[in-house]
Design a protein around this ligand. Structure first.
Ligand code: G6P
Length: 744
C-alpha cells in the first residue's frame, strides 16, 4: 500500500504533464501543418500558373476562350482544387471554372491571398485563396486565382493529430510501465537489503554488493534504532528504583547461590605507609567509584593488584582481607606484581598502548613486544587467581577494563561453564584506529571469551562489533547484538555506568552549602563572596586540563570583571606519573598555571589554584557543594563520573555543570552546558554563561539531571548486566538439559 502511494505521488504529476504536453504539442502541430500546407499550395499554384501561361497566352491571342475553360474544368477535378479563375489586368474577372464563387471579385481575392492566413469562407466551406501572376514574353497576362479546399487540410491535420496523440499516449504508457517496474524492483531490492541487513543471519545472508553499498547507511540506521530503544527505555523509566537492596534481591532470586568474582587492576582500598603509620585510601578511579558499592551489595570476591606500600600488612595467609574497612561485606584478594610486571603490563601495554589507542586525543600509542609478553603473562596470573578463588564450576565473573582484554578467553578455557561479564570502562575506537595495534586479533579473541561484553555507550559497542567484523572470521548477528566465534557466542551491549546515589546517611553528613563554602574558602584563603569554578580529575591528558586553563584565561582576558572575583580550583589527582606523557603534562600545566597567576593575580587573589593531590570523598562533596560551576572538559572519556558526583552532591539544586560533548555522560546529562573542549572560546563562553545563570535556570537544569542520575544509578547498571547474565545462564541450563535428554 505504502509503495502504491509512493508510486501515485510520481504517477499523478506524470499524467498531468502528459496531458498539458499533448495540448501544447497539438496546438503547435496545427499551426505548423497550416504553414506547411500553405507553402505546399503556394508552390502548386506557382507551378500551375507557369504551366498555364502558354495556354492562356494562346487562348487570349486566338480568342479561343472555350479551350481555356475546358482546361480549367479539367484542372479542378483534383480533389483539393475547388475552382480556378483568370483575372485580367485591372482586376477584371476573365475566365473561371464553373464552381468559382461569383461574389469573389479579383480584387478581394488578391487582398485575401496577401494575408498571413489566406483562407476564405465560401458557401461550400473554407477555401484557401492563392493568386499567382501569369506572364508571357510580351508581358503580364493576368493573375491566376486558385481556390483550394481547406476541408482537405483539416482532414489531413486531423489524421496527423490522431496519430500524434496515439504516439504520445503510447509513449507515456510505456514510460509509466517501465518506471513502475524499475521502481518496484529497486524498492523491493532496497527494502529486502535493509531488512536483510537489519535481521541478517550471518555474513553471507545477502549478496555482498548490495550489502556493501548500503552498509554505511545501515550502520547508522541500526545505531539510530538502538538509540530509539534506549530513549524509549529512558522514557518508560523503571517500575521500581534500583537500590542496593533491589540488587541483592536480584542476586537472591535470579542468581541464587551463584558466586560473584570481580577482577580489576585497581583495588578498591589501598593501604600505604605514612612514616610509621599506615593509612587506607580510596583510589581516584571511576571504575572503583562504580564497582565498590556493587560489591558491597553483592558480597563475593574482588581480585586486584595490591599496589599499596602497606598492602601486605593487611592480608591473611591467602592474600585476602575483608572490606570495606570496619565491615565484612566482601573479600579482596590481592595479587602481587613485580616492578617489571608493573612496567610491562600496567605502565607499558595497558597505559602506553591501549589507553591512548582507545582515547582519540592525539597521543601516539606505544607498542612494545616485551610489554605485550608481560601483559599476557599478568593476564594469565589473574586467570590462575580466578580459578583458585572460584568455588564452583560456573561462577559469575566480572572482568573490568582494558587491563584484562585477554582474561575472558583464558578463564573460559579453564572454567567453560562460567558466566564471564567483561566491562570496558573506556571508549572503544573505530576499526581503523584499533587496527594499528599489532596484536589486535589476539585482543579481540581474548575479549570474545566473555559471555557478555559491556561498553559505556552504543557507539563504543558498535565500534567493537565493527572491529570484530573487520579483523576476525566471526559471525555477527546485528539484530541480537551477538558475535559467534569458534563455537562460543558473546552478547555485546551498552550499559552506561554510574554512581551510587547518596543515601540519607551520606547526605546527612554534608554541611549546608553555605557551611561548605565557609569551610572551603577558609582552607583555600579565598575572600568571602568569591566564586569557584571547580575541576576534579586525575592528572591525565585525556581530561582536557590544558584546554580548561586556556578557556579560563580567555574568560579573564575578555571579561575582566571576573578578575579578583572568580578562581579556578583544579584538583588533579596524581596518576601514572612514571610515564613520560604524564610528566610532560604536569610540566606544561604547572607552567601555564604560573603564567596565568602572574598575569591576572594580585594581592589576596590567586586566579588558578592547582592541587596535585587526591582528596577523599567527604572533602570532594564539600568542594562540589561550595563551587559555583563544575567544569568537565575531557577530550574523550568513556563516561566521566565526576559530572554525576557533582550533580548528586547539589541537593540545593544550585550550581552549573559544564560538560564536554566527548564524554559518555553527555548523552545522559543533556541539561548541562555542553561544550567542545577543543574550542577554547566555546568553553570560555560557557563559563561566562554559567557565572551569569539565574538561580531559577540552575534549579531547573539541576533538578532534571538529578532525577536522571538518581534513576540511572550504579545499581541499575549492575542490575541490568546481572539480569542479562541470569537470563543467559537460564538459557544455557535449559539447552544443557535438552542436550542431556537427547543423549539419554
Ligand atoms: C580509568 C580507568 C580505570 C582506572 C582509572 C584510574 O577510569 O578506566 O580502569 O582504574 O582510570 O587509573 P589508574 O591507572 O590509576 O588505575
Amino acid at each position: 500500500m505504502r509503495f502504491l502511494k509512493l508510486q501515485l505521488r510520481f504517477l499523478v504529476p506524470l499524467i498531468i504533464t502528459l496531458i498539458i504536453g499533448s495540448v501544447v504539442v497539438l496546438g503547435v502541430m496545427d499551426r505548423l501543418a497550416l504553414r506547411w500546407f500553405s507553402r505546399d499550395l503556394h508552390m502548386r499554384g506557382s507551378l500551375l500558373a507557369s504551366a498555364f501561361s502558354d495556354s492562356i497566352a494562346d487562348s487570349l491571342a486566338t480568342g479561343q476562350r472555350y479551350r481555356l475553360e475546358h482546361l480549367f474544368e479539367r484542372t479542378v477535378k483534383d480533389e483539393r482544387l475547388v475552382a480556378v479563375a483568370l483575372c485580367l489586368p485591372a482586376d477584371v474577372l476573365g475566365l473561371h471554372s464553373s464552381a468559382y464563387p461569383a461574389e469573389l471579385s479579383c480584387k478581394q481575392a488578391t487582398v485575401i491571398a496577401a494575408q498571413t492566413d489566406p483562407s476564405w469562407q465560401s458557401e461550400s466551406g473554407p477555401v484557401h485563396i492563392g493568386v499567382y501572376p501569369v506572364s508571357s514574353d510580351s508581358g503580364l497576362l493576368g493573375k491566376l486565382v486558385l481556390l483550394h479546399d481547406l476541408k482537405f487540410v483539416e482532414r489531413r491535420t486531423g489524421d496527423a493529430r490522431r496519430q500524434l496523440l496515439m504516439f504520445v499516449l503510447g509513449l507515456g504508457f510505456a514510460i509509466l510501465l517501465i518506471t513502475m517496474v524499475v521502481a518496484q524492483m529497486s524498492w523491493r531490492g532496497w527494502i529486502s537489503s535493509v531488512r536483510g541487513i537489519l535481521h541478517r543471519d550471518g555474513h553471507d545472508a545477502l549478496p555482498g554488493s548490495t550489502r556493501r553499498e548500503l552498509e554505511p547507511f545501515i550502520a547508522d540506521l541500526r545505531l539510530r534504532l538502538r538509540d530509539l530503544e534506549d530513549e524509549y527505555r529512558l522514557a518508560q523509566g523503571s517500575d521500581a528504583r534500583w537500590t542496593a537492596e533491589r540488587l541483592r534481591t536480584l542476586l537472591r532470586t535470579q542468581l541464587s547461590g551463584d558466586e560473584i568474582i570481580v577482577v580489576s587492576n585497581r583495588e578498591p582500598y589501598i593501604h600505604e605507609w605514612q612514616g610509621e603509620q599506615t593509612i587506607v585510601r580510596r583510589p581516584a578511579s571511576g571504575l572503583v567509584t562504580a564497582v565498590e558499592p556493587v560489591m558491597r551489595a553483592c558480597s563475593g570476591t574482588w581480585i586486584a593488584h595490591g599496589s599499596g606500600s602497606a598492602d601486605r600488612e593487611f592480608v591473611d595467609a591467602h592474600d585476602r582481607l575483608m572490606l570495606p574497612p570496619g565491615h565484612k561485606d566482601y573479600a579482596l584478594r590481592r595479587i602481587w606484581l613485580s616492578d617489571e610486571e608493573v612496567r610491562g603490563y600496567y605502565n607499558g601495554f595497558a597505559n602506553e598502548g591501549l589507553w591512548p589507542l582507545c582515547h582519540m586525543v592525539h597521543i601516539r600509542p606505544t607498542f612494545r613486544e616485551s610489554d605485550w609478553e608481560t601483559y599476557r603473562a599478568v593476564n594469565r596470573r589473574f586467570a590462575d587467581a580466578v580459578v583458585a578463588e572460584a568455588h564452583s564450576e560456573d561462577p559469575v565473573i566480572l572482568v573490568q577494563d582494558y587491563h584484562f582484554a585477554l582474561l575472558p578467553a583464558m578463564i573460559r578455557e579453564r572454567l567453560p561453564r562460567a558466566t564471564i561479564l567483561a566491562f570496558w570502562h573506556i571508549p572503544w575506537p573505530n576499526p581503523e584506529s584499533f587496527g594499528i595495534c599489532p596484536w589486535r586479533r589476539e585482543i579481540l579473541q581474548g575479549m570474545l571469551g566473555s559471555t557478555i561484553l559491556g561498553f559505556q555507550t552504543r557507539n563504543h559497542s558498535q565500534n567493537f562489533i565493527e572491529t570484530v567484523d573487520r579483523y576476525l572470521e566471526a559471525r555477527v548477528e546485528h539484530e541480537h547484538s551477538t558475535i559467534s566465534f569458534r563455537g562460543e557466542t558473546s552478547f555485546v551491549e551498552s550499559y552506561p555506568i554510574s554512581i551510587e546515589w547518596p543515601g540519607s546517611a551520606a547526605s546527612a553528613d554534608w554541611p549546608s552549602p553555605q557551611n561548605c563554602r565557609d569551610e572551603v574558602f577558609s582552607q583555600l584563603g579565598l575572600r568571602a563572596g568569591q566564586r569557584i569554578i571547580l575541576g576534579v580529575d586525575r592528572f591525565d591528558y585525556t581530561k582536557g586540563i590544558i584546554e580548561r586553563l586556556q578557556a579560563f584565561e580567555h574568560l579573564l582576558q575578555h571579561n575582566p570583571q571576573w578578575i579578583g572575583e572568580v578562581s579556578l580550583l583544579q584538583i588533579a589527582a596524581p596518576t601514572r606519573s612514571a610515564l613520560a606523557d604524564y610528566q610532560g603534562l604536569h610540566a606544561k600545566v604547572h607552567d601555564m598555571v604560573a603564567a596565568l597567576n602572574a598575569r591576572f593575580g594580585r594581592a589576596g587573589y590567586t586566579p588558578v589554584i592547582l592541587q596535585n593531590v587526591q582528596h577523599d570523598q567527604r572533602w570532594l562533596a564539600r568542594l562540589y557543594r561550595a563551587a559555583a560551576v563544575c567544569v568537565v572538559s575531557s577530550l574523550h572519556d568513556g563516561m566521566n563520573l565526576v559530572s554525576k558526583e557533582f550533580v548528586a552532591a547539589r541537593d540545593d539544586e544550585q550550581g552549573v555543570l559544564i560538560l564536554s560533548r566527548f564524554t559518555g555522560a553527555a548523552r545522559e546529562l543533556s541539561e548541562a552546558l555542553l561544550v567542545n573542549p577543543y574550542h577554547v572560546e566555546d568553553v570560555a563562553q560557557a563559563m561566562q554563561r554559567a557565572l551569569l545563570m539565574p538561580a531559577d535556570e540552575q534549579r531547573e537544569r539541576l533538578a532534571s539531571m538529578r532525577m536522571t542520575v538518581q534513576e540511572f544509578n550504579v545499581f541499575r547498571w549492575a542490575g541490568h548486566i546481572l539480569s542479562d547474565a541470569s537470563r543467559w545462564r537460564l538459557r544455557e541450563r535449559i539447552e544443557a538439559r535438552v542436550r542431556r535428554r537427547r543423549e539419554d
